[in-house]
Each structure stands twice: as structure tokens, then as C-alpha cells.
Design a protein around this ligand. Structure first.
Ligand SMILES: [Zn+2]
Length: 269
């Protein structure tokens, strides 16, 4: 059911709705700043269930399954600041430019999203202003604050991907995603490939582009920060033990990368 109030744009988020921005370990001392654009699957109350059954709202179309547990644990292991989005990507996708046709998806994979049909410009802008903007404003604020304080920032954007998309099975366990940074992604690839049990995607299952991505181009590349995205296959992090295992793996690899970057003198602010 889509509630009648869905077209009232002034009150997308009411007093009973959570803040879009979730943060962990804000005083973390790691150079790695973790972001998670598809961390949560909360819907603003006024949007009801977007006209979808609960089974659809638990699928990968609504969020990055498993990434919240990995992100929380990795933030602890690395002593890294994590900034994450609580609201579902079906409300507005925080890793798409807002002008992209997929920013507020009317169809995701093969599922029609009734609550996203026929949105007025004002309703779309309310989603941007109240969900997308606060999240990205906070990431920008944190990066700028660190820079003022002389704290180096290496941006790591955490995602997970569905094992089967549109009927095609994906062979990778994990992938790096990048576009312009030539420093961090090769180190991450090397660390992942050193683990013999993994099939590692190099810009698979997705590559970063200015048209399809937002967090890496805007917060990482435009500021000249070292950056990478990571995609973990969702069946590997579908329960607590999988989430813990992957947080441990990544913490070890990023620990080695930090040592390497320090050795090269690349972590000066
Ligand atoms: Zn994602």
C-alpha cells in the first residue's frame, strides 16, 4: 500500500523517521574512511511499503544484503569512521547522480516499484533533499574536517552484489571497483588475489563511471583522494559468521595496504 501522504513532499521524513545518516566510530584514527551507500532498507513512513510485498523489500533490489554487518565490524577492526545510509536504495539511490534515470528506480531488475511511478518533480526533489543530500553532505563535511586537521583520508566504498542477476550467475566472490585511482585498487587486487580461495573481479561485476556512480567520483576522485569500491557476493555474507569472516579478511588486507602506503610516504594529509 502506498499511503496517500506520499505526494505531500514537505513531510517525506517526519519526527518518527530515523536520520538518513548512520555513523560508527566517528573518532576512528584510521586513514580509511568507510562509506556504505546501500547499508539500510528503511522506508520513510509516509511512503508505506512503496506498493511492494515484504519479500521484495528484503531482496537485493532494496539494499546491499550483508554489507551492514561487514561495514560495522570492519569499522571496529580498522578503527575507521563509517558513514552509511539508513534508507533503502528504492527511496533514492545514493550511488547514482540524482539526474540519472535510475536515481529513483521505477523498475529494479524485473520488479516494478509502484510507489515510484509517476512521481512529481517536487516529490523526487524531496527524496533528494531529505535522504540523498544529508548523507553526501556529511561525507563531504567529514573529509573536509579531516583535511583541515591534517588527517589523511583514503575512501573505501562498501557494496555487495547478488549472486544471480537477470538469470546470469556471477563467478566472482569479491570485486574491486574503480575508475581513476591508480594506487589503491592495484594494492587491494593484490591483497585479494593472494587469498587462493577467492575468485576476484577486477572492475567486475561493475566498473565505476561518472554516469552510474556518485560516491567515488564526487568524494574520492574529484578531491584527488585514493579510493576504491569493494563488492562482496551476498551469499558469502548472508549470516553473522560470513559477515565476520569477510570483515576479518578485509581488515587484514587493509592493514597491509596501510603499511605499504605509509612505507611509500603516501599517507601524509
Ligand atoms: Zn551497493
Amino acid at each position: 500500500m502506498v499511503l496517500d501522504g506520499a505526494s505531500d513532499t514537505s513531510l517525506l521524513l517526519g519526527e518518527a523517521d530515523a536520520s538518513p545518516v548512520l555513523e560508527e566510530n566517528t573518532a576512528g584514527r584510521s586513514p580509511f574512511l568507510l562509506t556504505s551507500d546501500h547499508y539500510g532498507r528503511v522506508l520513510p513512513r509516509v511512503l508505506g511499503d512503496l506498493g511492494l510485498p515484504e519479500s521484495e523489500l528484503k531482496r537485493h533490489i532494496a539494499w546491499d544484503i550483508g554489507i551492514a554487518g561487514v561495514a560495522d565490524a570492519l569499522s571496529q577492526h580498522l578503527d575507521a569512521h563509517l558513514i552509511a545510509q539508513r534508507y533503502s536504495r528504492l527511496v533514492i539511490d545514493c550511488n547514482r547522480p540524482p539526474q540519472s534515470p535510475n536515481s529513483i528506480p521505477r523498475i529494479s531488475e524485473t520488479t516494478i516499484i509502484p510507489g515510484n511511478e509517476g512521481l512529481t518533480r517536487e516529490a523526487a526533489e524531496a527524496r533528494r533533499r531529505q535522504v540523498f543530500d544529508p548523507y553526501h553532505r556529511r561525507i563531504a563535511e567529514v573529509i573536509e574536517g579531516r583535511s583541515r586537521e591534517g588527517i589523511p583520508t583514503v575512501l573505501v566504498s562498501l557494496h555487495s552484489f547478488t549472486p544471480v542477476y537477470a538469470g546470469i550467475a556471477r563467478p566472482w566472490h569479491v570485486g574491486t571497483l574503480y575508475q581513476r585511482d591508480t594506487h589503491l585498487p592495484p594494492l587491494l587486487l593484490k591483497g585479494l588475489r593472494a587469498q587462493a580461495d577467492l575468485v576476484v573481479g577486477d572492475n567486475e561485476p561493475y566498473a565505476v563511471s561518472d554516469e552510474t556512480d556518485y560516491t567515488i567520483p564526487v568524494h574520492g576522485e574529484a578531491r584527488g583522494l585514493m579510493n576504491t569500491g569493494i563488492e562482496i557476493r551476498q551469499d558469502l555474507i548472508a549470516d553473522d559468521s560470513g559477515e565476520r569472516e569477510w570483515a576479518d579478511r578485509l581488515a587484514n588486507i587493509f592493514g597491509e595496504i596501510e603499511t605499504e602506503l605509509r612505507g611509500r610516504g603516501m599517507l601524509a594529509a
